[in-house]
Design a protein around this ligand. Sequence first.
Ligand SMILES: *Cc1c(COP(=O)(O)O)cnc(C)c1O
Length: 366
Amino acid sequence: MATLADSATRFAHTPHPAPTPAAVRDEVLANPGFGLRFTDHMVSIDWSEEAGWHNPAVLPYGPIALDPAASVLHYAQEIFEGLKAYRHPDGSMALFRPQANAARFNRSARRLAMPELPEELFIQAIREIVAADKDWFPTVEGGSLYLRPFMIATEAFLGVRAAKSYRFMVIASPAGNYFKSGAPAVSLWVSDYTRAAPGGTGAAKCGGNYAASLVPTAEAFARGHDQVLFLDAAERKWIEELGGMNVFFAFADGSLLTPALSGTILEGVTRDSLIALARDEGLTVREDKYSLDQWRADAASGQLVEAFACGTAAVVTPIGKVAGHDGEFTIGSGGPGQLTGKLKARLTAIQRGEAPDPHGWVMRIG
Ligand SMILES: *Cc1c(COP(=O)(O)O)cnc(C)c1O
């Protein structure tokens, strides 16, 4: 058993015995979709009370064996992250603010009573899988290699307490556009369900939050909308976020607003980056409460001109229409707005190595 010292960790490497044939891979890379296909390798690191983090390995991608009593299967002790690796025009590979994902992963771990992973080890694990699967970058415009680090409780025990053993893993998936339709603007359904309550796990990136969002999301789809919008659980009044994306509002006076981090909203890396980029442009950005009623009134009066959702997977997505039990309203022209397009272009140009990186967000990894 390899136990981890503080310094650089040596991962055991087991190359895939029968990697995906190049012709099949090329076909995937030309039309990757989102989250459909996975690369040839995965990273795994175990944790136990006695040994801490140990057995770091790059392995052939494939099913894992779990005891049927493993806590993750019963009490959902699971957290995850999502970030992308990009192929820059000069051929190099880069990550975008991976330290922010590593830090958030540990905040999620603390909330779910799981062990923290040293940030350097989180980043090294990502570097290992990208190096092993560097031939898996999509060839389509806007493509990237989506990385999914996660941690599960593996102890076989049905009592209710934090488990005593865990596994951290990273898988990778070539990614194109998140929304199938490539729709110019999405339509939102305001849910009667709520996503996160004060004192709950809304600020943690855990699978349980997503499990609870599936019925509301299915309801939004059934009503012909693209995504669900959640209001706060206490007053059912304030806009929080979508199932997996933060939201921004743009006003006629040029200012921006995004719901403040109240403990029930996930602190997006994209959200934080867009706040900084908008301020670079000289725009005023407020982090504050914003009610659905105010949004409707501002859209009607023309005070509000644009709204968009943001997250790593879908980047920046214009919101065209909002519907709920009280009827529906349109944002601006119902299509992509100018400021939304400008901020998206600024962000993606930095991520893709096509523009200077004044905040030092880009990490070259080979
Ligand atoms: C991951 C996530 C986001 C977006 O975070 P990014 O770091 O920008 O990808 C927003 N809301 C929820 C609920 C999320 O899980």
